[in-house]
Design a protein around this ligand. Sequence first.
Ligand code: C2E
Ligand code: CA
Ligand code: CA
Length: 263
Amino acid sequence: MSARAVQRLTLENNLRMALKNNEFVLYYQPQVTAQEQNITGVEALIRWQHPELGLIPPSDFIPLLEETGLIIEVGDWIMETACQQLKVWVQAGYTDLSMSINVSGHQFHNQKFYSRMVELTEKHGITASQIELEITESILMDKQKKTLENINKLDLYGFRIAIDDFGTGYSSLSYLQRFRVDTLKIDRSFISDIIRNPDDAAITSAVIAMAHSLKLNIVAEGVETPQQLSFLQQQNCQLIQGYFFSHPLNAKDMTQLLSNGIQ
Ligand code: C2E
Ligand code: CA
Ligand code: CA
């Protein structure tokens, strides 16, 4: 085997061990209303708490999880952990909090995905409408007929669907009508330059206006500065996510933030 193949196999084994040893953790980043600055939901973001290397970001291991198919098992762990945590927060009194879960293409197209989501909400006593599944435009464009069926089934049961990284993929806008999508998340790459780059500002305003007329929720991602926030407030963007309000936090710190609110 080539050195590269050996390295890959080692990493794959490490990822299997990580799942077995419970080394994955979910962090949570709040979604905050632009006007009143209330936390209405959180997005679950996975990290690998490596015993020697420390906290490893998802960009370092999600691609391999996808390539090896391990994303199905890890994805199941993510969905279950997010549901468990949501239940804890609901029981603590945050009854309307929503939980956004990132779903990879493999997971979404897996035959058991729908039934497993239903099973998990029932097991943990969660209202489906409190779960928002984040998928990318590329998932929408892939296996279109199956995807349409999948989304419609999920929608009928009450789950919400968000299009992640909106504006970076190739989805044709007509899909927004065909698929029962609830939320658009404007990609961070547009937000980061809205103040300096008139083109990014124009795209962002147009996406927000389009979401309003299609009656879709809109979330701006990667908001880091008060200037970006005030631009988005002026455009009537509903929800804000980004370092300006909070980095992703572990469950304990997120619980604290829920209790203190955004200061
Ligand atoms: P994403 O879904 O677009 O998640 C948003 C990413 O932006 C997160 O990176 C978050 O920490 C980061 N972020 C949030 N606010 C800011 C900000 O103000 N500035 C900047 N520069 N970054 C910000 P993270 O946690 O490293 O996740 C990266 C990607 O990995 C995610 O992008 C998502 O595609 C994937 N990912 C993370 N968790 C999961 C998961 O549980 N399942 C799956 N399938 N993918 C996941
Ligand atoms: Ca996401
Ligand atoms: Ca995103």
